[in-house]
Design a protein around this ligand. Structure first.
Ligand code: ATP
Ligand code: DP6
Length: 424
């Protein structure tokens, strides 16, 4: 489709840059009732992670000069032909409005958006496709940035229903704090969207430590794994109908009251049930490995020794562990325990072994790898407790965080003159 006569020949480039967080589910989404629209079989609840440690930054640009839509991810050009990208682009374009920038002499009318092409450049400040939910932050950022560029008037909840069509869990990254993805009832998916339960300031005692667990083999993707579960697991049906609805209500209550004991029990139980459902799939899917199981034991043993939960654990479709500590004191003790049991390989530097908020490391009295070696054995460990050097690749210390934001033009990844990536 050719652009209008008024726009033809114009050389301007209009840009928007946005930052979007990733999220971790504490009540899991697993199973679709509609594969194309990405409609889930149950509600889910997540915690948004602080974007200063884990986020996507995306710049989107439009110009009458662009001949087709193009996208770069982490400095490499990727194809936008997949149905999920196409669905998001179509839905956002159909909601675009007039845009005017008098200073730059730019005037785009609503009808022009169908013909104008966009360039997209994105990067994740954490490893892509490594089980850290890059697709959630990435698709949410794409939709949020495009909505801003195209002057889409819809609120974050409406945008979440578009991001959902890029990747289910992405809909929960449109908000900070604690977020619920309501499964909805409508066939067209219009009521399957995210709502914020509480913002990130509501429960700011929580500290999150992620253990990125070394894994050699590539796991089954979430998309195909959950399809196989829906086709073969009876346990999933019981989970979706009987368990999750009650658990979601209890989790909302726990979050509202900052009731860590309930929050932790529900989070751990739901993660374990999600992995049980994967095991109930035929053929069974194993996402956790021995290191994941050892981390669960470490937390369970410590929680029992303390008399009540200090830490909650949750695992997505991979071996990485996300640990939510009730407060800073618990996070410091947790980090000491984790480093005691999983010390780094000899050549690893402390700086690359513990990432994110390093002040927790300082509070734990650890300033060098030698300090890890001299950590005392935690009291609940017994004499046969082993150390597993090198079984964790690295840790990330973070906390609940804010939702998407628009960044200033100086943060643009695309050149404002050409619209091409600055750092190719
Ligand atoms: N910044 C981004 N912008 C757009 N798409 C992205 C972005 N980051 C990742 N993606 C898409 O998500 C895919 C990776 O998703 P995948 O589910 O394999 O990994 P993950 O989300 O990092 O891990 P997991 O889902 O196991 O937590 C990429 O191949 C790409 O298609
Ligand atoms: C285990 C999970 O992380 C599953 C995430 O699945 P995806 O959102 O990655 O799947 P698609 O909708 O097919 O893109 C649990 C969760 O985030 O709720």
């Amino acid at each position: 489709m050719a652009i209008s006569r008024e726009l033809a020949g114009q050389k301007w480039v209009l840009l928007t840059t946005a930052q979007t967080p990733t999220n971790i589910a504490v009540i899991k989404y697993w199973g679709k009732r509609d594969e194309d629209l990405i409609l889930p079989v149950n509600d889910s609840i997540s915690v948004t992670l602080d974007p200063s440690h884990l986020c996507t930054i995306t710049t989107v640009a439009v110009s009458p000069n662009f001949e087709k839509d193009r996208m770069w991810l982490n400095r490499k050009e990727i194809s936008l032909s997949g149905a999920r990208y196409q669905n998001c682009l179509r839905e956002i374009r159909s909601r675009a409005n007039d845009v005017e920038d008098k200073e730059k002499g730019i005037k785009i009318e609503k009808k022009d958006w169908e013909k104008l092409h966009v360039y997209i450049d994105s990067y994740n400040n954490f490893p892509t496709a490594a089980g850290l939910a890059s697709s959630a932050a990435g698709l949410a950022c794409l939709v949020f940035a495009l909505a801003n560029l195209m002057n889409v008037k819809e609120d974050h909840s409406q945008l979440s229903a578009i991001a959902r069509q890029g990747s289910g869990s992405a809909c929960r990254s449109l908000y900070g704090g604690f977020v619920k993805w309501c499964m909805g009832k409508e066939k067209d998916g219009s009521d399957s969207l995210a709502v914020q339960l509480a913002d990130e300031k509501h429960w700011d005692d929580l500290v999150i430590i992620i253990a990125v667990v070394s894994s050699r083999q590539k796991e089954t993707s979430s998309t195909s794994g959950m399809r196989e579960t829906v086709e073969t697991s009876l346990l999933l049906q019981h989970r979706a109908k009987e368990i999750v609805p009650k658990r979601v209500l209890a989790m909302e209550e726990a979050i509202k009251n900052r009731d860590f004991v309930s929050f932790a029990k529900l989070t751990c139980n739901d993660s374990n049930q999600f992995h049980a459902v994967c095991l109930d799939t035929s053929p069974p899917i194993f996402y956790m490995n021995d290191t994941s199981h050892r981390i669960i034991s470490l937390v369970e043993k410590w929680n029992r020794a303390e008399g009540e939960p200090q830490v909650a654990y949750t695992f997505d479709a991979g071996p990485n562990s996300v640990l939510i500590a009730r407060n800073r004191k618990a996070a410091v003790s947790l980090l000491q325990r984790l480093l005691f049991q999983f010390p780094p390989n000899p050549e690893t530097e402390l700086n690359s072994y513990v990432l994110g908020d390093k002040t927790i490391l300082q509070d734990a009295g650890i300033n060098s790898v030698e300090d890890i070696e001299s950590l005392p054995q935690p009291p609940e460990f017994n004499s046969s407790s082993q150390k597993f050097q090198g079984d964790v690749s690295y840790f990330i210390c973070t906390r609940p965080g804010k939702g998407p934001v628009v960044l200033p033009e100086s943060d643009s990844l695309l050149d404002p003159k050409t619209g091409l990536p600055k750092n190719l």
